[in-house]
Design a protein around this ligand. Structure first.
Ligand code: A2P
Length: 268
């Protein structure tokens, strides 16, 4: 039976947590981050997503959201777009600290370390809100136990949309224990496609013309050494996947680890 919570109108359906919003940061007209309480029994692997929702006119509306916080964090973080008529995000963008957000109890996803075979260098290719699962993984010490070098690429249309990624890296550098664990293993490569900026272009173009590798001072993709995770739009996933396959990497899954994994970023 549905449980009535102390939040007057909020009936929490079964199999769902109702968590309290702790903070909200708006980056642009299209992007925001929020943090909320983490239920005591909730376990997930860094890089997984959960179904996040709100009650809208008496009905729950859910969308898949990558958990942007690492698995050790006592709070949960999410990075979201705002879509003016988006069924969920038109409401979610207005949440305030103290509000309740619904979360289904079972997390899932393929962007997890377990889905990759051992390697030396891990690439995380992201566009837009596709950075969210990597926000989790770059703050997880296990990532640095498994890989000698971690390269996070983030491509957005405009410079303002890169801010969340820069904030994450600053936070890591100033974090009391992560700073030491991460050391100089993490490289952040941020580019834009529709504004002037020192680093320009789609990640697919930069892989194809080799600029990504010369800028980073690393050799071209090598299936013996390099592993990849991709998160972005459907078109971005397809194009990036093709380039990794051309370089000889094969796609893996939870039950069949291989050299790269992909997942669609949240939209709408
Ligand atoms: P572009 O500005 O050239 O379209 P979106 O908001 O449309 O998802 O785009 C986010 C970022 O991903 C943009 O910088 C966009 O570049 C880029 N992008 C869009 N489609 C692809 C694709 N097929 N491959 C690589 N990057 C892409």
């Amino acid at each position: 039976a549905p449980v009535k919570t102390d939040n007057a109108q909020l009936i929490v359906p079964e199999g769902v947590y109702a968590e309290t919003v702790l903070s909200v940061t708006h980056y642009t007209d299209h992007l925001f981050r929020f943090r909320m309480t983490r239920p005591a029994g909730f376990r997930f692997r860094s890089g997984e997503f959960a179904m996040i929702g709100l009650m809208v006119e008496g009905k729950p509306i859910y969308r898949a959201y990558s958990i942007a916080s690492p698995s050790w964090d006592e709070e949960l973080e999410f990075f979201s777009i705002k879509v003016p008529n988006g069924p969920l995000t038109q409401h979610l963008q207005r949440i305030q600290p103290g509000d309740r957000v619904l979360m289904r109890k079972k997390p899932t996803g393929t962007l997890v370390l377990d889905a990759l075979t051992p390697g030396r260098r891990l690439y995380m290719f992201s566009t837009g809100t596709g950075i969210a699962p990597f926000a989790s993984l770059i703050r997880d010490p296990e990532t640095y136990e498994k890989f000698e070098e971690v390269i996070l690429t983030h491509t957005c249309r405009d410079v303002a949309e890169l801010k969340y990624g820069f904030d994450l890296v600053d936070e890591i550098k100033n974090h009391e224990f992560l700073a030491e664990v991460v050391g100089d293993k993490l490289k952040h490569y941020a580019t834009v496609t529709r504004e002037d900026y020192p680093f320009k272009g789609r990640i697919t173009t930069l892989i194809e013309n080799g600029k990504l590798f010369t800028d980073l001072g690393v050799p071209p993709l090598d299936p013996a050494i390099d592993r990849g995770m991709i998160c972005g739009s459907t078109a971005m996933l397809k194009d990036t996947k093709e380039l990794l396959e051309k370089a000889g990497l094969t796609e893996g899954a939870n039950n069949k680890p291989a050299e790269f994994v992909i997942e669609r970023a949240f939209v709408g």
